[in-house]
Ligand binder design. Structure first.
Ligand SMILES: [Fe+2]
Ligand SMILES: [Fe+2]
Length: 323
């Protein structure tokens, strides 16, 4: 199966694409290597890379964690070619909630007005993280196409992170106390809470971390919001988040998608104590959590190694290279 695909497209592909496709599409490749191959393709950001990721999304049967990351990358690559497969993924009730959520969020990242009717179909879905994500994605698409966007967006050189966020950071205030109040208000619309969340991420000092940690550990209404805080802690790489992330990872009553983000964020913060914490959960009964810890330990290695980027991009003509 894998080889048929590669042979069919071989004329268009560079050796790099072939190598990365072999690694990503083969279920026997260790998960952490498939992750690195995926992020290499995301960095290449060209049509063959999108095709390979879509092929993997259609074929993958084993790993919900990989499926959710494939859908995430397609959104971050802003690939219009991926819209159909993302709509199918979002609509498939046999898939894990985390995968369907990520597909909806990626449609928001690609931000095409004509996908709004697709997202509207799931606004009342029983899967709450999916319903909430669709609501945020619709608001984001409308925002992206409104005059507010030009008014509020920071100049590209001022942007702290290069990722496409599901909701823009608020520009109304930079007061941590005010942002904390907005974020922790469990009655407020998610859109407003998320805007505070991303503003706190951009501030990224210890007080901002403490406000985010408080929301992650006290919120009871939205696992989606709690998982997003875990995700931004990975971007912030602030050691002040480690105690809170460790408690969330260890909390077996917490939703797997939140514990997953906590694990990956710990791998990315990568202070020395993180290694033992992650190792402890590599045999967690929840597959997504233990797989996240395995991937996070590889991210930890990468952070410790001082390598240039979390990916593998073999040089042209180079065979097996590695990391
Ligand atoms: Fe997510
Ligand atoms: Fe994730």
């Amino acid at each position: 199966m894998v080889n048929t695909f590669i042979e069919r497209n071989v004329a268009d592909w560079k050796p790099t694409h072939k190598k990365l496709a072999e690694l990503l599409l083969d279920p026997k490749t260790p998960l952490f290597q498939r992750y690195r191959a995926l992020f290499s393709l995301k960095n290449l950001a060209d049509k063959p890379s999108v095709d390979i990721i879509i092929q993997c999304l259609r074929e993958e049967k084993e790993s919900d964690l990989l499926l959710h990351e494939l859908t995430y990358c397609l959104g971050q690559m802003k690939s219009k070619d991926a819209i159909n497969v993302l709509c199918e993924t979002m609509a498939d009730p046999s898939l894990h909630a985390m995968v369907r959520h990520e597909a909806a969020e990626s449609l928001g990242a690609i931000s095409q007005l004509d996908t709004i009717p697709e997202l509207e179909k799931f606004l009342n879905d029983d899967c709450k993280p999916l319903a909430d994500t669709c609501l945020l994605a619709i608001e984001k698409i409308k925002y992206d196409h409104s005059p507010d966007k030009q008014k509020e967006d920071p100049a590209p050189e001022e942007a702290v992170h290069t990722s496409i966020d599901p909701v823009p950071a608020t520009t109304n205030t930079k007061s941590i106390a005010e942002l904390r109040t907005m974020l922790c208000d469990q009655e407020a619309p998610l859109w407003k809470r998320y805007r505070a969340l991303f503003a706190l991420r951009d501030i990224n000092n210890d007080d901002a971390v403490h406000a985010l940690a408080e929301a992650m550990e006290t919120d009871v209404v939205s696992s989606l919001l709690r998982h997003e805080i875990g995700f931004v802690f990975g971007e912030m790489q602030n050691p002040a988040s480690v105690p809170s992330l460790s408690r969330v990872l260890a909390n077996t009553k917490e939703e797997p998608m939140v514990r997953h983000e906590a694990a990956e964020a710990l791998g990315s913060v990568a202070t020395p104590e993180v290694f033992e914490i992650l190792k402890k959960f590599t045999d967690d009964p929840v597959k997504i959590v233990r797989d996240s810890c395995i991937v996070a330990l590889d991210m930890f290695d990468y952070e410790q190694s001082g390598e240039f980027q979390y990916a593998i991009v073999p040089k042209e003509g180079e065979g097996e290279k590695a990391f």
